[in-house]
Design a protein around this ligand. Sequence first.
Ligand SMILES: NC(=O)c1ccc[n+]([C@@H]2O[C@H](COP(=O)([O-])OP(=O)(O)OC[C@H]3O[C@@H](n4cnc5c(N)ncnc54)[C@H](OP(=O)(O)O)[C@@H]3O)[C@@H](O)[C@H]2O)c1
Length: 286
Amino acid sequence: MKKIGFIGLGIMGSRMAFNLLDNGYNLKIHNRTKAKAEPLLESGAEWADSPAEAARDVDILITMLSEPGAVSAVALEDNGFFKTMNKNALWIDSSTVNPYYSQEMARMATEESIRFLDAPVAGSKDPAEKGRLLFLVGGNQKDVREAQPLFDIMGKKTIHVGENGKGTSLKMVFNLLLGHAMYSFSEAMKLGESLGMEQKMLFDVLLEAPVVAPFVKLKREKMENSEYSPEFPLRWMQKDLMLASETASEQGVKLTVNDMVKQAYRNAIDNGRGDDDFSAIYDDLK
Ligand SMILES: NC(=O)c1ccc[n+]([C@@H]2O[C@H](COP(=O)([O-])OP(=O)(O)OC[C@H]3O[C@@H](n4cnc5c(N)ncnc54)[C@H](OP(=O)(O)O)[C@@H]3O)[C@@H](O)[C@H]2O)c1
């Protein structure tokens, strides 16, 4: 069985790694904050002191990190894994980053004779735990075939979108919709409440109507109870909208609404809500 390295054991990565471990894979793991690795270590994963050690002698390395800067930190800096990964080993980056960044990583990996797939995921904490993620993959067919058994354990479906950068391209489109839908719903609720309608009635009616994105139903309890323990941290939602703006600018596409929505999430971070679930945008709107 292939030996797997896994770097980035946050909300998503820890659950994805657990599924691989539970399915019999040998896992070498690393996380900047070691404490988050403890449950996996107790279940038999092997600790690596650095990203470089996590990648040494593995067949496949998976990274699940917050943003491009974090990926660069573990790949390229001192003790980064580019220095130690076997020639011809496969690096799968499941972090949500921008397409241009994935293309750059693909180029740099190729220079080091490392194969590369961008493979971000749709689905949050619960699908990650249940192995029900949707993998959106960019890279060549042969590498996707090699990674497929791992995707099948961590996910319910894999979409091979195209060449490197296309997985992150599709993910960016997904999250633009996700961030905007959550924001629009929150704004509509605030208007409804200001007109003297009860929150419960608005939830009951709107969440059954086709005008609301289906995922919002999953956030009802959080909004009703003002309890925003993170499934998808708000700061990463803002990061995705910011990367979408940057990408749109590179592409010469105007994202007029996004400029406002990303600022609203930015304001929420400034108000101390960055580590809350992104549905906390509802509470942040006055
Ligand atoms: N949560 C979701 O619902 C969801 C769904 C789909 C995609 N995503 C994407 O998946 C990725 C991970 O999300 P998450 O929810 O698991 O976030 P998270 O819980 O905040 O985990 C982020 C991970 O990145 C690491 N990290 C951050 N900065 C670093 C740096 N400079 N050097 C080394 N490691 C660094 C963190 O290490 P520490 O533990 O040391 O902080 C942690 O392992 C993000 O790109 C996110 O957009 C999330």
